[in-house]
Design a protein around this ligand. Structure first.
Ligand SMILES: [Zn+2]
Length: 301
């Protein structure tokens, strides 16, 4: 990696649908944020200008972590949150606009890489990193290298049918962003927990309120969390039995609830082909800077 060879900080960007964060990241993972700006989502020239304004003078390369799937061969990005880049060969187009080499990585894969190299999974060789945020996402890191898959979607475990095999609950069938119905992504994140709670006939409350009520002993919230655990634990057990990771790093807003992750651990463990005496799920430690760390780690020689 360039940052290790030359032992200086790399200018890295974390780009989401609402904001761009720029920072210098050293080989040791030290991060110095140098700027933030709103993401121009609808105009590609403005998008390029926003990044250019945060590039250091004279630099010949930058590295970006970004929402959206990047096809490893064509370089085409699919990004619903930032319409002006959707369908572009983003690295090529930015390279021309900014006259710099561009390194690009999907944000979930950046998170997985950050956890595998600097985070809770740094002593592990087969790492599954999952995000339990508004929806679900994830990445796979084998021997410290992130797996992209043939089309860039490796690690996206949220786009298959959700089931509630243990509880037998008749799940709602919302249309997912991918176009399918009843995806794990639509029922397994924070919005999914809220959908399940509402589908039980309860007055809608947000995921934090549901988890708080569950912890306080509210039976309705406990039922919703139990169904959610059935959905997420089942989907996760499928991957754990298939991939056999030695650790699952859990990020996203729902990972802030330690009791929820402990309950998910039990749910997955009940369905593992090969049960272990040591925990499998650990809360991620890289925090909001995970995209910047992953971008730095994605820089190739
Ligand atoms: Zn889907």
């Amino acid at each position: 990696m360039i940052i290790q060879e030359h032992d200086h900080a790399a200018r890295c960007f974390d780009i989401g649908g609402s904001k761009i964060v720029a920072a210098d990241v050293t080989a040791a993972g030290a991060i110095t944020v140098v700027g933030r700006t709103a993401t121009p989502a609808d105009n590609f020239n403005e998008f390029c200008n926003a990044i250019r304004a945060l590039c250091p003078a004279g630099s010949d390369a930058i590295s970006i972590s970004i929402a959206g799937n990047i096809h490893p061969q064509s370089g085409v990005i699919q990004c619903a949150n930032i319409p002006c880049i959707h369908g572009r060969r983003l690295a090529t187009d930015l390279q021309q606009a900014l006259a710099r080499r561009i390194y690009l990585i999907n944000d979930a894969k950046a998170f997985a890489l950050a956890e595998a190299r600097f985070g809770v999974a740094q002593d592990h060789n087969i790492v599954l990193a999952i995000i339990l945020g508004t929806g679900v996402g994830g990445g796979i890191v084998i021997n410290k290298n992130v797996l992209t898959g043939t089309d860039g979607t490796a690690g996206e475990w949220g786009h298959g049918p959700a089931t509630a095999a243990r509880t037998g609950f008749m799940l709602p069938d919302p249309v997912c962003n991918c176009g399918q119905r009843s995806c794990v992504d639509a029922l397994g994140g924070a919005r999914g927990l809220e959908r399940i709670y509402k589908h039980m006939g309860a007055a809608p409350i947000d995921s934090v309120e549901i988890i708080t009520a569950w912890q306080a002993g509210d039976p309705g919230a406990a039922r919703a969390v139990d169904i959610w655990l059935d959905v997420v634990g089942g989907a996760l057990a499928n991957i754990v039995n298939f991939l056999a990771p030695s650790i699952v790093a859990v990020g996203g807003g729902l990972a802030n609830s330690k009791p929820l992750i402990q309950a998910l651990e039990r749910e997955v463990d009940d369905r593992r082909l090969c049960r272990q005496s040591t925990p499998l799920l650990y809360a991620a430690v890289s925090g909001p800077e995970q995209g910047l760390l992953g971008a730095a780690l994605n820089i190739q020689v």
